[in-house]
Design a protein around this ligand. Structure first.
Ligand code: 5GP
Ligand code: MN
Length: 336
């Protein structure tokens, strides 16, 4: 284990550092990673951000995005960075299985592992942990790490603030989830004071879609939405053929599940999609309905109470039938 003061003294001289985040990184994963990156390079460290896979195009505008390497595209280079790193920051995830092959490289590396995360059930692979499930985003914890733990509030630049604001905005559903506490709003205000242009960030993330995405969304809502009133549940199912037909790329399916949840009375929404390697589920719920419990128990996944995900080895049709068969177990909670 590493204490905060040991970590601080390690960071007092330039180090080789790797920052990584979860599979198919989202706004919080990239915002927290590039936010921490901008801070650490300012301190004179040699830093490499490595993502396990590619990520949505609407995050490619983030400051220093061009410095990121994607493990699946540059395996050897990434492995070398991991092997040589004195410190490896693991942001927005807490089990090494969430980052595929890269996780095993990190497990075997000699560098200190620092986990900054807000998901349930962390695995014990880290040397230093800044973990709080009440945080609305990993980016909120990175803010706290820089400002309160490393005591560097003066180093909050526009780039750092822009990245951290992006993470907080996306993971809090644009400040609408219960996790967006008054403290989160205060942090957001601080980030705006430091240069984050909230209106521009919102536009770049949410009003930056491809035409294909919008037409695909129309197709999902018109033809693929199933509402099961008996269980206050809505499901959108998508086949691999439909993804191909609409030329869907990473990021195009993001947020579609929220439309299903926006229907009056719906407590649970599922977006079930046939990827090339497996069937992937995205669940969203309202109030205290535990979407993550379903993912953990039945779909080898997890996440937060109101936003969770998992996967299935069965066919799309079988997965949808299985998902529907589970609903009866949760009927009381779904009808509350
Ligand atoms: P999304 O539905 O946007 O893919 O994921 C929502 C949340 O669910 C993520 O922030 C993450 O916490 C969690 N999640 C999604 N997929 C998985 C998975 O396969 N395994 C685990 N453990 N969590 C997941
Ligand atoms: Mn997150």
């Amino acid at each position: 284990m590493l204490s905060l003061s040991e970590l601080k003294s390690l960071l007092a001289t330039p180090q080789k550092i790797v920052i990584t985040t979860h599979h198919k990184p989202d706004g919080d994963a990239m915002g927290s990673s590039l936010g921490l990156y901008a801070y650490l390079i300012q301190k004179g460290h040699h830093v490499q951000v490595i993502t396990p896979t590619d990520y949505p195009y609407f995050l490619h505008w983030l400051p220093n995005n061009s410095d990121v390497i994607i493990y699946t595209d540059e395996k050897e280079k990434a492995a070398q960075y991991v092997a040589e790193a004195a410190i490896i920051f693991c942001l927005d995830f807490n089990t090494l299985s969430r980052i595929n092959e890269l996780g095993e490289l990190i497990r075997g590396s000699e560098g200190y592992k620092v986990m900054i995360d807000h998901h349930l059930d962390p695995e014990d692979f880290d040397d230093y942990r800044h973990w709080n499930i009440n945080a609305c985003a990993a980016a909120q914890l990175v803010y706290d790490f820089i400002v309160n733990q490393l005591e560097d509030p003066g180093l909050m630049t526009k780039d750092i603030a822009t990245c951290l604001y992006t993470g907080i905005m996306t993971d809090s559903g644009s400040f609408r989830f219960p996790s967006a506490t008054s403290e989160v709003y205060r942090i957001a205000a601080d980030l705006i004071d430091a240069g984050a242009e909230h209106w521009r960030i919102h536009q770049l993330v949410y009003d930056n879609a491809t035409e294909n995405r919008l037409r695909f969304l129309g197709h999902c809502l018109t033809n693929k939405l199933e509402i099961i009133r008996e269980f206050n549940t809505a499901i959108i199912t998508v086949t691999a053929e439909e993804l191909k037909h609409y030329n869907i790329v990473t990021g195009d399916t993001e947020g579609i599940v929220n439309y299903a949840l926006s229907i009056n009375g719906i407590r649970l929404a599922a977006f079930i999609i046939e990827r090339t390697d497996r069937v992937k589920l995205s669940l969203r719920s309202t109030g205290d309905f535990p979407a993550n419990e379903i993912c953990k128990k039945y779909f080898n996944g997890g996440g937060h109470r109101n936003a969770a995900g998992g996967a299935s080895e069965q066919s799309l049709t079988e997965t949808v039938a299985f998902f529907k068969s589970i609903l009866a177990e949760y009927k009381t909670q779904l009808l509350q």
